[in-house]
Every structure is written in structure tokens, then in C-alpha cells.
Design a protein around this ligand. Structure first.
Ligand SMILES: [Fe+2]
Length: 205
């Protein structure tokens, strides 16, 4: 083939661990809901900025420093982030990868999270705690979308790698990692149950 592929956009998706996910998710589920009860400032912020849902993004966003359950999760996620950085062939210059932010997202029916990226980080991701059947996945956008200018659209039967969007299903127990500049969104939750996830950022120093 005369054509080769360059400049890939890589997305990592793996179960957090081989076993024990149900037990861990049961305690995380409870803790996430308790946090929503307790976090008045977060609920107020969410009313304006996360309609219909709850996020601790602006109020309690260093959960890995305050909760032992989240500290355990941080350690497990760090292993995945290191593996992803290795795949990306990043030269960390002897510095370490560390979690900077970690927050909870609860999306009841109708809640959505519009397109965004994660500033001040290099690897970001989400861990799924509760994913009722039919709840929305994580939709990524081709980072070159604004440069296509006059290019014709892709054929509807184009290979997934040629499409402008890719959606990873939300699966409880899975970790999804991506480079922080990659725009993504969660469309409205259309099922009658709460979708719970934990999002986080990593930096290096
Ligand atoms: Fe995000």
C-alpha cells in the first residue's frame, strides 16, 4: 500500500482490575451519593453548570486526597496512566506522573455533558462506577475536525478510524484514558437510572 497512517490519536480502555470490581463499585457508588448529599456548594454549582446532574468538579475535586476509597482508586488508576504514557512513548525526563484532580459525576435521566477538554493536564480519563443498561457512552471528536474546511464528509460506511466521532460505551469497572486535549462529551442520559462516573487528570513533575 502506498498510503500509511501517521499522527494517531490513541484512546486507552481497560478494566480497572481483573476481579473484585463489583465490591469496589458498590462502595464507590455509596460514597459518590453520600458526597452529593454532603456537598452543598457542588450541588449549587451543578444547578447552573451541569443541568439535571451533580458533579463535584468545582467543589470537591481532589477526592484522592480526602477519601481512603478514592486513594485506593488513585493507586490503581496510576498504573493504567503509566501504561498509557508508555504506549504514547512519552519521555517523562525522569519525572513522575501524578493525579491532580479527581471528581464525581452523577447523571440522572436527561443530564448531559457538552463537548469539553481537560486543561492543565496531559492524561485524563474516567472510571465507570454505575452504568445502567442503555446509558450514554463517552463520545470523542476527531481533533482535526476544525481543519477539514472544504473536505467532503466521510462515507456513512467508512471504517471507524475514518469517522469524525467515536463513542466508547460506558461499562462499569472500565477505565478510559485519553490525552487531555482530546474533546469529548456525554450525550443526554435517556434511561431511567443514574449513571455514575469518576473523572480525573494526571500531570507530570
Ligand atoms: Fe471530560
Amino acid at each position: 500500500m502506498p498510503v500509511r497512517t501517521w499522527f494517531p490519536t490513541q484512546i486507552y480502555c481497560e478494566p480497572l482490575q481483573p476481579t473484585g470490581l463489583e465490591k469496589l463499585n458498590a462502595s464507590l457508588r455509596e460514597e459518590c451519593r453520600q458526597l452529593r448529599e454532603f456537598d452543598t456548594a457542588g450541588r449549587r454549582w451543578s444547578e447552573k453548570n451541569y443541568p439535571g446532574g451533580y458533579t463535584s468538579y468545582a467543589s470537591m475535586n481532589e477526592l484522592h486526597r480526602f477519601s481512603s476509597t478514592f486513594t485506593v482508586l488513585e493507586k490503581k488508576l496510576l498504573r493504567h496512566a503509566r501504561a498509557f504514557a508508555k504506549t504514547l512513548e512519552l519521555d517523562l525526563r525522569g519525572r513522575k506522573i501524578f493525579m491532580t484532580d479527581c471528581w464525581v459525576n452523577i447523571m440522572p435521566p436527561a443530564a448531559a455533558h457538552s463537548l469539553h477538554l481537560h486543561p492543565l493536564a496531559f492524561i485524563s480519563g474516567t472510571y465507570y462506577v454505575a452504568t445502567p443498561e442503555g446509558c450514554p457512552g463517552l463520545k470523542f471528536e476527531d481533533p482535526r475536525l476544525d481543519r477539514f474546511m472544504a473536505a467532503p464528509p466521510r462515507r456513512t460506511d467508512a471504517k471507524p478510524m475514518h469517522r469524525a466521532h467515536i463513542t466508547y460505551p460506558a461499562v462499569a469497572g472500565n477505565v478510559i484514558l485519553f490525552e487531555s486535549w482530546l474533546r469529548h462529551e456525554v450525550v443526554a442520559n435517556r434511561v431511567d437510572a443514574e449513571r455514575i462516573s469518576i473523572s480525573f487528570n494526571f500531570n507530570w513533575s
